[in-house]
Design a binder for this molecule. Structure first.
Ligand code: 4AZ
Length: 245
């Protein structure tokens, strides 16, 4: 996050940190959001590797309840990954990052999912046709330097036709930015949540996906529009349930 402020994990207790083991060391890869005790929603581009058909599940670890990146937090919970489901129509960077969404199922070594606490909690998914007003203030969080901030939703028309070119921003995306362009999601925040308050609940409205740079004038952050994937999420979570029984 650029231009944000320090945040404790209690203010965004659904935020997940996804790490990848590279040559024996765990490196931070992406953020994510806990949507069910056993499932984290993140961005497909986090796992995109044109040289591999399937990511190597055993290389990843997921942390919940963690306020700081490089130290053990007494409230953290750590998990292995037993499923990574990237959207089959994800178009990668060259295709514009459309359908940038992935589900990962988490398990402790003893087979448990997340345990709710003040530090670990699921976030609500939006209702089906939720279309929040332009300028709605939303919160973004990540494990970047300063890790929480607010941005305003930007109209689809303005984002498509004024800030980016019309073909890059699809209806599966939603743009958000700071009116002064001082704060934004940035490298390392990918996959993490953009939550907006709706009917008194913090609702997962976007997933950090892409943007032209960070906090650049007229170049808002672009987020995966979660409302477009509610059926996909449901179907895939249930398919895995059925498979493992
Ligand atoms: C990135 O590289 C990235 N300003 C994430 C978000 C944005 C730009 C880049 C949006 O992960």
């Amino acid at each position: 996050i650029v231009g944000g402020s320090q945040a404790e994990v209690e203010t965004q207790p659904w935020i997940a940190g996804i790490f990848q083991n590279i040559k024996g060391t765990d490196q931070f890869l992406c953020g994510g959001s806990l949507i069910d005790p056993c499932w984290v929603l993140t961005a497909a581009h986090c796992f995109y590797d044109p040289t591999k058909k399937q990511p190597n599940k055993s290389a990843y670890k997921v942390f919940l309840g963690k306020s700081v990146l490089n130290a053990t937090d007494e409230h953290e919970q750590v998990f292995m990954v037993d499923e990574i489901i990237s959207h089959p129509d994800f178009t990668d960077y060259t295709g514009g990052n459309d359908n940038d969404i992935a589900l990962i199922r988490i398990r402790t070594t003893s087979g448990q999912c997340a345990v709710e606490s003040n530090y670990v909690r699921t976030v609500c998914l939006p209702e089906k046709n939720l279309n929040l007003h332009d300028n709605t203030r939303c919160e973004i969080a990540g494990y970047g330097k300063q890790n929480s901030s607010t941005v305003n939703l930007i109209s689809q028309d303005t984002c498509k036709n004024k800030y980016y070119d019309n073909t890059r921003v699809t209806d599966n995306m939603v743009c958000a930015g700071d009116p002064a362009w001082e704060t934004d999601a940035c490298k390392g925040d990918s996959g993490g949540p953009m939550v907006c308050e709706h009917n008194g609940r913090m609702t997962l409205y976007g997933i950090v996906s892409w943007g032209d740079g960070c906090a650049k004038k007229n170049k808002p952050g672009v987020y995966t529009r979660v409302t477009r994937y509610l059926n996909w999420i449901d179907t895939n979570m249930n398919a895995v349930l059925t498979k493992s029984r």
